[in-house]
Ligand binder design. Sequence first.
Ligand SMILES: *[C@@H]1O[C@H](CO)[C@@H](O)[C@H](O)[C@H]1NC(C)=O
Ligand SMILES: *[C@@H]1O[C@H](CO)[C@@H](O)[C@H](O)[C@H]1NC(C)=O
Ligand SMILES: *[C@@H]1O[C@H](CO)[C@@H](O)[C@H](O)[C@H]1NC(C)=O
Ligand SMILES: *[C@@H]1O[C@H](CO)[C@@H](O)[C@H](O)[C@H]1NC(C)=O
Ligand SMILES: *[C@@H]1O[C@H](CO)[C@@H](O)[C@H](O)[C@H]1NC(C)=O
Ligand SMILES: *[C@@H]1O[C@H](CO)[C@@H](O)[C@H](O)[C@H]1NC(C)=O
Ligand SMILES: *[C@@H]1O[C@H](CO)[C@@H](O)[C@H](O)[C@H]1NC(C)=O
Length: 651
Amino acid sequence: MASSSTFFLLLGILMVIRVCGSANDHPSTSIAVDISEPRQIPPTFLGIFFEEINHAGAGGLWAELVSNRGFEAGGRHAPSMINPWGAIGDEEAISIVTEMSSCFKNNPVALRMDILCDPSTCPPGGVGIYNPGYWGMNIEQGNTYKVVFYIKSTGPLDSVVSLVTEDGTQVLSFRRVTADAAKLKDWTKLEIALQARASYNNARFQFTTTQKGTIWLDQVSVMPNNTYKGHGFRNDLMQMLLNLKPRFLRFPGGCYVEGTYLRNAFRWKETVGPWEERPGHFGDVWGYWSDDGLGYLEYLQLAEDLDAEPVWVVNNGISFYDQVDIRLIGPFVQEMLDSVEFARGSPNTTWGSLRAKLGHPKPFNLKYIAVGNEECGFKNYIGNYLKFYKALKKNYPDIKVISNCDATWRPLDHPADLYDFHKYTNISGMLGLTHLFEKMRRDDPHAPKAFVSEYAVTYPEEKMMNGTFGGALAEAAFLLSLEQNSDVVEMVSYAPIFDNLNDRRWNPDAIFFNADKAYGIASYWVQTFFRESSGASLLKVNFPNHTLPNTHLTAISRTNSIDQKDYITVKVVNYNNITVTLKLSVVGVDPNSVRLQSKTVLTCDDLDADNTLDFPTKVVPVSSLIPSEVGKHKVLVVEPFSFSAFNITLV
Ligand SMILES: *[C@@H]1O[C@H](CO)[C@@H](O)[C@H](O)[C@H]1NC(C)=O
Ligand SMILES: *[C@@H]1O[C@H](CO)[C@@H](O)[C@H](O)[C@H]1NC(C)=O
Ligand SMILES: *[C@@H]1O[C@H](CO)[C@@H](O)[C@H](O)[C@H]1NC(C)=O
Ligand SMILES: *[C@@H]1O[C@H](CO)[C@@H](O)[C@H](O)[C@H]1NC(C)=O
Ligand SMILES: *[C@@H]1O[C@H](CO)[C@@H](O)[C@H](O)[C@H]1NC(C)=O
Ligand SMILES: *[C@@H]1O[C@H](CO)[C@@H](O)[C@H](O)[C@H]1NC(C)=O
Ligand SMILES: *[C@@H]1O[C@H](CO)[C@@H](O)[C@H](O)[C@H]1NC(C)=O
């Protein structure tokens, strides 16, 4: 037990850094951390599950500003709807239709504009079309925007491409674009750089002219020049992912992989190659069109840029409503084998050569394949799964195969390296899961490991729209149990990761964003507490938990790559409305050499508190150094309803 003066000193420090909350009684116990038998936590422990849901990719992480750039979203028909494109000028001045006249055979729809006015009769700003992007384009002063489009014209071109405010009244950047009739007789690609003179977060792209005649447009792209490493990822969103130090990236779904119907499922071969030639597709589960700028190669690049291992979820011939017969699944298996060859085959293989041609000769480090998503109960699942499994093990024996069947419920009746575990529940359900994995059998070292690939507190739905601090605290307790049981749990990812605030199809999500802002909910910040866990050593803790209910803790050690010193981190969830004090000892170590150095605390006295666009940092972790005199006493003071990480050094 700490002396009372120490306690008050500690309390004083706490008061300074507390966001909210109040201390009541403080039950105390001792914990003994034993460094003699460390067990390595899997190097892939904490990762990200990225699904194309809520416009996470199209209109999110993928920085393309034009929505429906090839006019294909309305279907392969003419006439077709061209939303969100709109007309500039009335019907007497310009007629706009779609035609099946594109120069790209995979995406045949193109836009045709008949300009009926001339310089003397057109409105002063000209007539044409605009694209507002995904709920407004974020244009930043000084930044350059690369505009690319394909164009054909019956006469000479005299036009203006511009970035303007949402009503067109203010011009942020423009360029006059002219060309001879001869040059545009056939489809021609034009590229223009626009530099923004002002910032505006609800801008649109415009193409206008006052020249009478007919102009066709197709595959119109506007890309900011400041994407992450120039790879097309929106920088602020990328930074939020990097901040988690994810060690794997599961993609591209989820249900997105399955489709409501197979005809709308994700087909990787239709998402690679020049962006202009990609057909795009309607993701029928989440109900929106994707131009597939973020395709299979970009997902692999994303994993590489995050220094995360790709976990490729393949469609195994099953959607919500249809299932390919086991006898006929062969071509789907081949699609998967081709995708692996594309990712990691040498440049002299069929698909590896395509990857090299597209600019990435070095193979990607693809070692995980998930066969389907949440389909264990489907009639053909096991039969199809086994065909995928056998083909993978024959051709790529080092690839780890992930089954959809939950082995916490009963042992699998089929071979697998890992099994998916998904859980969306309420707070008490999440807290109840903290004992699930300690009950798993340990007698078979070859038994498949758990991949907790989707988890979140989501109920009650209305209350959990934005997540809550209480929900995140329950998730923290669950994550501590996974860390504790990481001999049988190899990987974990929260779901979903992203949500565009303009298209909230699933709630909550770790990161909310709009065109120019992004923030994490409490569940996002909880994950940051585990970013050092992957590959660290789990230490034994002697902790008489019966005296302190609703308290969860782990201890890990790791070597700091910067100063090469060993740190012990004790993480504690206190799900009580009462302060808890833990007297720490480190077994077999001179007590004088043990120092509490710093701590990071996520807390709030309102369990229902959430982060929102207007108040994005209500619930965020606060880090502080512990003064060396106080640190000597080794009393971990854990605030009511808090998640705390204490850094300990051995000096
Ligand atoms: C983007 O373009 C602007 C203006 O040309 C330039 O100042 C800036 O350095 C560019 N940014 C990147 C990341 O290339
Ligand atoms: C492809 O190249 C690798 C070395 O990069 C070589 O070992 C292999 O034999 C080649 N395969 C073919 C089919 O040429
Ligand atoms: C939480 O979920 C569990 C399991 O689904 C359910 O039994 C329980 O009634 C729920 N509790 C509340 C408070 O809604
Ligand atoms: C204490 O921990 C043991 C082993 O981890 C567990 O079985 C038990 O349910 C825990 N007790 C409480 C009150 O949490
Ligand atoms: C915790 O206790 C304080 C003081 O009794 C009370 O005001 C507060 O509402 C309690 N918080 C919760 C979440 O129960
Ligand atoms: C622990 O210390 C390391 C090295 O100084 C630092 O990177 C890390 O953020 C600290 N963690 C906490 C929980 O304070
Ligand atoms: C949820 O977040 C949205 C967007 O930040 C905000 O408009 C809304 O008020 C929040 N709802 C609650 C219940 O806090």
